[in-house]
Design a protein around this ligand. Structure first.
Ligand code: HEM
Length: 409
């Protein structure tokens, strides 16, 4: 009930923050809700929260960190025991961290990685191109950004499979739509334990290097070295933020192109002509915006006629902002022929806007270009269901693709 005693508008009672279903179902569910509501209230067995659905409301709330705090960023966990850095810090504490990290992920530095990214893609595509099928998620989308991440951070690529297992344990619900808390906690402990050892070993050896861990060991805040506990909370966030996001955006991009022949032909044409893939990347990022960010309300506030109380949790599905027709003509479909790339919120809005967006864009452009130059034609294996899982990030568990002999490059 609201202040006047009227029933609050709500989504179907089976709406769940964490779940699984046929590919597209998790992202598409907001299209229906947004037709009737700008804001809804969700009651789940584990807790209640608001969901904001309209583009301008989402943008303005995310740009108001004094009212919408990042101290809690998943709607069913309003009092997290540990703050990931910098994503769970509000201004002004957030600012110096942002400054430390921004230099490392600058557009110039990320653009310089391009030859290395091209090489990494080619190696993976070489291992796939001679066959008549592949699982794009397992064989390409999870491996490519993880190898890049290991190099940037300064970890050996021999750890790839271990990192992929931890990543899966921490971030993914099962294909039955349930989340295994025990698996999550042991994954978190393993990653933190690993980074603790790496920091200790780097200090002991005196080896600094140009990688992120080397840089982090020199960081200072207010003239003091950054304590290890804070460094761990930052490295842990980078592990979460940098891997699954690129993996899942790539997975949805190829899912879309495998099921939309005209868009696939357009992408292949651009790639084969050696033209930049940037506009295609932006449109796919917009339409398949996979993160769902949340905030904790710090003071009572009215949002489009709904009274949010201090302490309430609010979910902002970025995909809902991006597909809102009030922000963009034909927002409900993918169009590679727009006059200009769409302004979108796949990377968030406000002070926490993604620090890795330049890296993510490079990775996506290189991957889509290299893939379509070599393997321009592919389709979904009709015998295998593609399952989407969702929570803080939407993803595809696997993406079975078929190539015919003629289609192989
Ligand atoms: C397609 C890929 C990606 C998407 C869609 C994405 C999306 C986002 C979003 C929506 C946020 C804001 C979260 C919030 O407001 O609570 C964010 C923050 C962040 N992202 Fe990304 N991200 C991607 C890739 C990456 C990569 C590759 C890295 C780095 C390795 C990265 C590092 C970060 C960091 C450090 C933050 C926190 C920034 C802050 O709190 O100031 N992201 N990302």
């Amino acid at each position: 009930m609201n202040q006047t005693g009227a029933r609050l508008p709500g989504p179907p009672s089976d709406f769940r923050f964490v779940g699984a279903g046929p590919a597209g179902q998790g992202l598409d569910r907001y299209d229906r809700l947004r037709q009737d509501h700008s804001v809804v209230r969700v009651e789940e067995p584990q807790g209640s929260y608001w969901v904001v659905l309209k583009r301008e409301l989402i943008r303005s709330c995310l740009q108001d960190p004094a009212t919408f705090s990042s101290s809690a960023i998943t709607p069913l966990n309003p009092d997290p025991p540990v703050a990931m850095i910098p994503i769970q810090l509000d201004p002004p504490e957030h600012r110096p961290w942002r400054h430390l990290l921004a230099g490392y992920f600058s557009p110039k530095r990320m653009a310089a990685l391009r030859p290395r990214l091209e090489r990494g893609c080619q190696e993976l595509i070489d291992s796939i191109a001679g066959r008549d099928r592949c699982d794009f998620v397992k064989e390409f989308a999870t491996r490519f950004p993880t190898v890049v991440f290991l190099e940037l951070v300064g970890l050996p690529s021999s750890e790839l499979d271990t990192f992929l297992t931890w990543e899966h344990d921490i971030l993914r619900p099962g294909v039955d739509g349930t989340f295994d808390v025990g698996r999550y906690l042991s994954g978190v402990a393993a990653v933190r334990g690993y980074f603790t050892e790496v920091l200790a070993e780097r200090r002991a050896s005196g080896r600094r290097g140009d990688d992120l861990i080397g840089q982090a060991l020199t960081w200072e805040l207010d003239g003091e070295p950054v304590p290890d506990e804070a460094l761990l909370n930052c490295l842990f966030l980078l592990f979460l933020a940098g891997l699954d996001t690129v993996t899942n955006t790539l997975a949805f991009a190829l899912y879309h192109l495998a099921t939309h022949a005209e868009n696939r032909r357009q992408a292949a044409q651009v790639a084969r002509a050696g033209l930049p893939m940037g506009d295609i990347v932006e449109e796919l990022l917009r339409y398949y915006a996979i993160p769902e960010v949340a905030r904790k309300v710090t003071r009572d506030v009215d949002i489009d006629g709904h009274r949010f109380r201090a302490g309430d949790m609010v979910l902002f599905p970025l995909v809902s902002a991006n597909r809102d027709r009030e922000g963009l003509e034909e927002a409900e479909r993918v169009r590679f022929d727009r006059d200009r790339p769409p302004v979108h919120f796949a990377f968030g809005a406000g002070p926490h806007r993604c620090l890795g967006s330049h890296l993510a864009r490079e990775e996506l452009a290189v991957a889509l270009g290299a893939w379509h130059r070599r393997l321009p034609d592919y389709r979904l294996d009709p015998d295998v269901a593609v399952i989407e899982t969702w929570g803080a990030v939407h993803g595809l568990d696997s993406l079975p693709l078929l190539f015919t002999r003629k289609e192989r490059g």
